[in-house]
Design a protein around this ligand. Structure first.
Ligand code: SAM
Length: 244
């Protein structure tokens, strides 16, 4: 079953007309005809069936789908700018793994430079990667992405629990899963060249606690997936009925 996000408010029995992007996907990519689809408007999901009249496809809404496929607490991923393909892979996986907000930041060892003149187009592309990942894994929300910020501004994006995975922390700092507690989490991951000692001191002063992801030094994209998986599992295991 495929899912699409829509700006249209939905209700049982109504007919929903897809926009050009979704129509193309339903018709030309998936050749839908009488399929069941999941539509999500502002976090609320509905199931409907596709009907075809000539070249036009529409969806008749059958019932509300009460499954809520979100983590119980907000999860912010602050990620240093890394090379384009890796950054886009991180966005896709962060969408699938339940991040609610992405904060791209620049730090001293970033090899990728921010291109202000391309910022709007780049952000649109990033948003569409997050949208498609969220549709693919049937989330009820699409993660937000902020403008690119400086590492010095990450204090604004802190949560109940703040962690900075640091490869020099093995043996000196706890493993990520052991410091988590109920509530929102913000996790800051460094670029290919890592964080400088001064940056770690600054992040510590903002409230980010150093954690280890184990003995091996992971690439930034692996570190993101590892961290989001550990945090997501921890949240789901420790969730109780009042958390949503
Ligand atoms: N400076 C490192 C080097 O070249 O040896 C590599 C930095 S690593 C590629 C990128 C980021 O992933 C780090 O800033 C850190 O946030 C995270 N990271 C990678 N391996 C880690 C580990 N074993 N424990 C904690 N964090 C890790």
């Amino acid at each position: 079953m495929h899912q699409y996000f829509t700006d249209t408010e939905l209700s049982t029995g109504m007919t929903w007309i897809p926009d050009a992007r979704i129509l193309h996907h339903m018709k030309d990519v998936l050749h839908m005809d009488n399929d069941t689809v999941r539509l999500v408007h502002e976090g609320k999901a509905w199931l409907g069936h596709v009907v075809q009249e000539g070249k036009q496809l529409s969806v008749i809404i059958d019932e509300e789908d009460r499954r809520y496929n979100e983590l119980p607490y907000d999860l912010t991923l602050c990620i240093a700018l890394v090379r384009r393909e890796k950054f886009e892979l991180i966005l896709q996986k962060a969408g699938e793994l339940g991040a609610s907000r992405i904060v791209p930041f620049v730090s001293s060892r970033c090899v990728v430079k921010e291109k202000k003149e391309k910022a709007d187009r780049q952000k649109e592309r990033w948003q569409s990667i997050l949208l498609e990942a969220s549709e693919q894994c049937k989330r009820n929300r699409v993660p937000s992405i902020t403008d690119i910020v400086s590492i010095h501004d990450l204090k604004q994006y802190t949560a109940d629990c703040n962690v900075v995975p640091y490869e020099n922390a093995y043996g000196a700092s706890p493993m990520l899963s052991t410091v988590l507690k109920k509530g929102s989490v913000s996790c800051a991951i460094g670029p290919e060249g890592g964080f400088s000692e001064e940056e770690i001191a600054e992040l510590n002063a903002m409230g980010f606690q150093c954690v280890s992801l184990g003995r091996r030094i992971l690439r930034a994209e692996t570190a993101c997936m590892y961290s989001l998986s550990v945090i997501g599992e921890w949240m789901e295991v420790h969730e109780d009925i009042h958390d949503r």
